[in-house]
Write a protein that binds this ligand. Structure first.
Ligand SMILES: Nc1ncnc2c1ncn2[C@@H]1O[C@H](COP(=O)(O)OP(=O)(O)OP(=O)(O)O)[C@@H](O)[C@H]1O
Length: 941
């Protein structure tokens, strides 16, 4: 640190102290350096002595600012698409056509109404960090006209250097720095630099603009960017102004800005295409807790970047090819550096542009960085706004490792400075004695002293005792002469050695000069070749850019087309799905109708089945009652007649017995009585015949009734069968296929059961009827036998009687015949009893027939209940068991699922397309820079 650079609050500001230095200016103070620059030396020694305090990683701070609509936009009633939520720190961009909203969050959000002061309050902690010894950088990034310069510089200051209300970050930061230094009563030194990067040329904005032909000479005076082996960046030729007050900075900044604008006019530049970096370096004196002096070295870089819109596109049209290639190289490289840092990629392309080389430490380095992204709320800027928001979001993820720079112990610093002063003195002496022999400083001083002593001795000779003095003088003279001789000898020998040394050095110098000249000739050739190569490469690069742009356009157009087609497909899918839903609903309605109809028919079938059942039961009851009535009436008549016959037979027996008794008495009365007896027997015979006739008639009636019953039952059963068959056929036709099958099987089962029951019933009825017939025919046979026998007996009795009457000796015969007749009558009575038993057997048959019919009814009831349960299950099937796939709801769900899958396919395609586009952009960028990577040769460091 140079003496006199330090100023204190009590020191008066001396304008003469504000001088410029134009040596090597280190731009990344944290980097170790081999250059013999005092600042660089300071950096190196401080790192070694005190050690830099490394703190944890911190993210780059990103603040978003949205400007208000300008007058033209307001006049044109331009729609706005940006919503700022300052409290949440969120910004939303609304896409007008799709109405989709994309939201981004940042460390700070400032809407159109936000004031410069409010923004600065968020930034001010960073400014304080500068005074703590950190390197801090504030970037303004955004599309042209979104307020970068407004945010960084703000309203111009007046002559009094008072801060206006619209003052930007730069003047406010300067004011704050001085305010803090003043409040701490600190000892400090401050330097500022102000440069511009345009077309990858660095221009010093603090360099006095004395040359009128500025445009012509500017290129010659451009600053050279260098790097040492440790990666530290230096700027050769950049002026560094020592500053003592805020006003000085305002003045310098104003001059620099004027120069920038003048250069814009002279060189036809556009401010939106150049980057400006205003740097303030402050060394603040401090002391350690142990009481040792320290120096903190903080640096604040305030960067106003070029407009972020795609300058290559406009540049290629408007500017010369070289400019088109170079114009935005720094900005593009900055984007690539941010991307590489955000993606933690191995290689960070800092070296690809001057801007990124200068700000290397601010992105992923040891500085504290804040990016202010500026956007416009206008719908017309939406694309650029989204690109800025994406860029800013990516930048948020960059991590820096800030560390305090240049904390130094004063004694060490002074030691360094003394060493440096010693070197400089030697250099000065060497320069002074460029054309003579080199004398060391001590030797020079001795000689000077001796030269001073000579006049003093001359005086003493004049004034002293002549003789003694003479002797003394002679002695002294001799001694001196001896000394002088020795000295001269020494001098001569050293002169000789020096001359030899000088000759040697001259020779070496000559050799070095010839080496230098040959080297510079080579360097010139090399530079020329480099320039040629650079021009060729730039031409090629421009052509490549144009072709890539054309390719990019084609890809973008194709992607656009694809997206439109996707959208169309999406719309079509939606309409298809809505139509499908309608159809599904219709189908569901129809299915419900069919279900209702089916239920109705099933119910109807149930009702018919119930009716049949009831009909069958009533028929069976009727039949049973009819059969039992028929049987009982038949039994009654039969019994009646039988009893009549039996009583008649008994009567006959009694009569015969009485005849027999009376016969003896009648024997005497042969004439009159036998006629009466004959007459009586004729009557009884007639009655018996009539009885038998009646009995036969009743039997035939019974047989008819039985036949009728049988045919009626058969008829009813046939009817039932036919009805059932008809019903089953109808039912089969009406039921849907699946239920039809079920019912058909049920139907078959039922039919088989009914047929079996009917068959069994018929068989039993037939067998019973056969038995009845058999009994009847037996009875018939018996009665006819009895009739025959009776007739024969009567005839025989008649003849016997005639014989008896004709002869008087017929008594014994008659008695015998009477006994025989009684025996026969008993036999007949016996047979009639048998018949009666058969009749009761017939009743039993009727009972068993009734039980068969009841069994039939029961079987029918079982069948009916099964039919009812089948109907119920059919109804259940119809209502409760929908087909898992065929229901409209399921189909609809399946349809939605398939729609969702199609939509997801569309989305993924869109995403793929987006990715493809990004990938293509990446390729474009890579292609544009790859050759630069390969071939660009830096200015030698
Ligand atoms: N937040 C704001 N409030 C009021 N006016 C603003 C704001 N931001 C920008 N403006 C106005 O918008 C105009 C353009 O701003 P400015 O020149 O700062 O934009 P820029 O991004 O620096 O453009 P370029 O990239 O061309 O340098 C100026 O007139 C400025 O006053």
């Amino acid at each position: 640190m140079r003496k006199g650079v330090w100023i204190t609050r009590s020191m008066d500001y001396d304008q003469s102290q504000s001088h410029m230095r134009s040596t090597l200016i280190p731009f990344s103070p944290a980097q170790p350096s081999k250059w013999k620059d005092p600042i660089a030396t300071e950096s190196r020694s401080l790192d070694a002595i005190s050690g830099n305090k490394v703190v944890n990683e911190v993210n780059v701070q990103v603040i978003l600012r949205c400007r208000p609509l300008n007058e033209d936009e307001m006049h044109a009633e331009t729609p706005t698409v940006i919503l700022c939520d300052e409290i949440k720190g969120e910004v939303s961009a609304v896409h007008q056509t799709t109405n989709k909203q994309r939201t981004y969050s940042f460390d700070g959000v400032f809407g159109p109404t936000a004031q410069q002061k409010e923004l600065f309050q968020t930034i001010s902690p960073i400014i304080e960090e500068v005074l703590e010894g950190y390197s801090c950088t504030i970037f303004a990034y955004g599309q042209t006209g979104t307020g970068k310069t407004y945010t960084m510089e703000g309203q111009k200051m007046g002559k009094s250097w008072e801060l206006p209300s619209d003052a930007g970050i730069i003047p406010r930061a300067v004011q704050q720095i001085f305010h803090v230094l003043k409040s701490k009563d600190a000892e400090y030194s401050m330097k500022v630099t102000y440069l511009e990067i345009y077309n990858e040329e660095i221009v010093d904005l603090l360099c006095p603009n004395e040359n009128l032909d500025f445009a012509v000479n500017e290129a010659k005076r451009s600053i050279i960017l260098m790097e040492d082996s440790g990666g530290a960046t230096f700027l050769r030729g950049l002026k560094q102004a020592l500053i003592h007050s805020a006003d000085e900075i305002y003045e310098l900044f104003e001059k620099g800005s004027v120069k920038r604008r003048t250069a814009e006019t002279l060189l036809n530049k556009q401010s939106s295409r150049s980057h400006s970096i205003f740097s303030v370096t402050v060394h603040v004196k401090d002391c350690t807790p142990e009481g040792e002096d320290l120096t903190k070295c903080g640096k604040l870089n305030l960067v106003d970047l070029a407009g972020s819109e795609n300058i290559i596109r406009s540049g290629a049209r408007e500017l010369r090819a070289r400019e088109a290639g170079e114009i935005n190289k720094s900005l593009l490289t900055l984007g690539r550096v941010i991307n590489a840092l955000a993606e933690h990629s191995g290689h960070i392309p800092y070296r690809d542009s001057k801007l990124t080389r200068l700000l290397k430490d601010s992105l992923g380095g040891t500085a504290k960085t804040c990016i202010i992204a500026t956007i416009s709320p206008s719908i017309h800027c939406l694309d650029e706004t989204l690109s800025t928001l994406d860029y800013a979001s990516r930048a948020k993820t960059i991590k820096n490792r800030p560390k305090v720079n240049h904390r130094a112990i004063k004694s060490e610093l002074i030691k360094d400075l003394y060493a440096e002063i010693g070197c400089l003195r030697k250099e000065v002496n060497a320069l002074r004695e460029k054309n003579s022999a080199y004398r060391s400083q001590d030797h020079y001083q001795n000689q000077e002293n001796q030269m001073k002593e000579v006049p003093y001795h001359n005086k003493a000779i004049d004034q002293g005792d002549h003789s003694s003095v003479l002797l003394k003088d002679k002695y002294k003279e001799n001694a001196k002469n001896k000394e002088k001789d020795a000295l001269i000898r020494d001098l001569r020998s050293s002169e000789k050695a020096l001359t030899e040394q000088i000759l040697k050095l001259q020779k070496e110098l000559e050799n070095a000069a010839s080496d230098v000249s040959s080297l510079s000739a080579k360097a010139e050739i090399h530079d020329r070749l480099l320039d040629e190569n650079k021009t060729r490469f730039q031409n090629f690069h421009v052509q490549l850019s144009l072709k890539l742009e054309y390719l990019h356009k084609a890809v973008a157009a194709s992607a656009e087309q694809q997206q439109q087609q996707m959208k169309l497909l999406d719309v079509k899918m939606q309409s298809l799905m809505s139509r499908r839903n309608e159809v599904s609903e219709e189908l569901a309605l129809q299915l419900r109708k069919i279900q209702d109809l089916y239920c109705y028919h099933i119910k109807y079938i149930g009702e018919i089945a119930g009716e049949i059942d009831r009909n069958f039961q009533s028929t069976c009851h009727k039949m049973t009652s009819e059969v039992s009535r028929g049987f009982s009436s038949f039994g009654d008549i039969f019994k009646e007649k039988l009893w009549e016959g039996i009583s008649a037979i008994h009567e006959l027996k009694d009569i015969i017995y009485s005849q027999e008794d009376k016969l003896t008495t009648f024997v005497q009365e042969q004439g009159e009585v036998h006629l009466r007896a004959l007459e009586l027997s004729k009557t009884s015979t007639k009655a018996t015949l009539t009885f038998f006739e009646n009995l036969r008639m009743h039997l035939s009636n019974m047989s008819k009734i039985e036949e009728y019953l049988q045919s009626a039952i058969a008829e009813k059963l046939r009817e039932l069968e036919m009805k059932f068959e008809d019903f089953a056929v109808k039912e089969r036709l009406q039921l849907i296929e699946r239920v039809g099958e079920l019912l058909e099987s049920s139907d078959n089962r039922k039919k088989n059961m009914v047929q079996e029951a009917v068959k069994c019933l018929s068989e039993r009825t037939a067998s019973r009827a056969g038995k009845i017939q058999q009994e009847m025919s037996q009875m018939h046979d018996l009665t006819s036998d009895a009739k025959k026998e009776w007739t024969a007996y009567v005839e025989k009795m008649e003849t016997t009687y005639r014989d008896n009457t004709s002869t008087l000796q017929i008594d014994s015969n008659m008695k015998e015949s009477s006994r025989h007749c009684i025996g026969k009558a008993e036999l007949v009575a016996e047979q009639l009893e048998n018949i009666s038993k058969s009749a009761s057997g017939l009743e039993d048959s009727a009972g068993s027939m009734t039980s068969i019919i009841e069994n039939g009814i029961k079987a029918n009831e079982t069948i009916s209940s099964r039919l009812a349960s089948a109907i119920l299950s059919g109804l259940k099937d119809a209502n409760l068991a929908p087909h898992p796939v065929s229901t409209p709801e399921n189909s609809s769900q399946a349809g939605w699922d398939s729609l969702a899958s199609v939509c997801s396919i569309i989305d993924s395609s869109c995403q793929d397309m987006g990715e493809m586009e990004t990938f293509h952009k990446q390729i474009t960028r890579n292609a544009k820079s790859c050759l630069l990577d390969e071939y660009e040769v830096d200015v030698p460091s």
